[in-house]
Write a protein of this length. Structure first.
Length: 277
């Protein structure tokens, strides 16, 4: 009997997640990516504060990379715990967790599989292999600055208050079970395709409502202002987790827009660096 051999090799359930945005959102060559990231961190003027969580944008590095570096620069390069990266699901997948390693052009970010197994959310590694900039854009930063750290990736499709509570509780329970030292990285961009002045006013007003980690006040501001934010639920979950771990406030570190890179301020995307501390 002759058996047909599939032209498409099967991907092992546990093989590392391969980059889908290298050469599009960030350099695909290792040396070029290292130089880009080094320039971002050299351009930050900040000190290490070791927050419980951060907000980082997820656009192409030319636009949002410097802003993201400000958040990551607040964390010691010696951090050897677990980054819980909560990314908005642009495809609307249910809140889910993955235990995949993440390949980048400058090395592989290893998953904290024990922690991921302790997170009481559905696990579906297949959806994490799909193109999703909210998660993938964070991995080069982690690979470059935090060689001792591991990662647990979470996709958040339900960003309602109920979804926020679900994700926060699942992660806090995993911390309790594993006694892990975690830092939560909420991946999200701010207003989309509006005048730069409007984006800055709307975004900073909403973020100010979260200053005392009051998620209800944050959502009240979101409902009132209706900014086209992406990942607000990820930030809210990070605030809830941070508060439970002893944080007192959400502090805006810097705010930029795509216009700062493109020169076009007529229809920008806003980016904020925030620490939960």
């Amino acid at each position: 009997m002759i058996h047909k051999i599939s032209a498409e090799p099967r991907v092992s359930e546990k093989s590392a997640r391969l980059p889908t945005l290298a050469g599009i959102f960030y350099p695909s060559e290792a040396e070029g990516l290292k130089q880009t990231l080094a320039a971002f961190f050299e351009g930050t003027v900040t000190s290490v504060s070791n927050p419980k969580g951060i907000l980082v944008p997820h656009a192409g590095f030319i636009y949002s990379g410097p802003c993201a570096a400000v958040s990551y620069a607040r964390i010691s390069p010696d951090f050897d715990g677990t980054f819980v990266v909560i990314g908005t699901s642009h495809k609307g997948y249910p809140n889910s967790v993955s235990d995949l390693d993440w390949d980048t052009p400058i090395g592989t970010v290893l998953a904290d599989t024990e922690f991921a197994d302790a997170v009481s959310l559905p696990k579906n590694n297949d959806i994490f292999r799909e193109q999703e900039n909210s998660l993938e854009t964070q991995m080069p930063f982690i690979a470059y600055r935090f060689p001792k750290a591991k990662v647990c990736a979470v996709l958040m499709g339900d960003q309602s208050l109920k979804g926020v509570a679900e994700v926060a509780e699942a992660i806090l329970c995993a911390v309790s079970k594993t006694n892990r030292n975690i830092i939560v990285a909420a991946s999200g961009d701010c207003s989309h395709y509006v005048l730069a002045k409007k984006a800055e006013t709307d975004d900073l007003t909403c973020l100010a409502a979260l200053k005392n980690l009051d998620v209800s006040a944050f959502y009240d501001a979101l409902y009132a202002i209706q900014p086209s934010m992406c990942g607000y639920g990820c930030l809210a979950a990070t605030a809830e987790i941070g508060k439970a771990l002893g944080a007192k406030e959400a502090r805006v570190l810097t705010y930029t827009t795509s216009g700062d890179a493109s020169g076009d301020y007529s229809a920008v995307v806003g980016y904020a660096s925030v620490e939960v501390i």
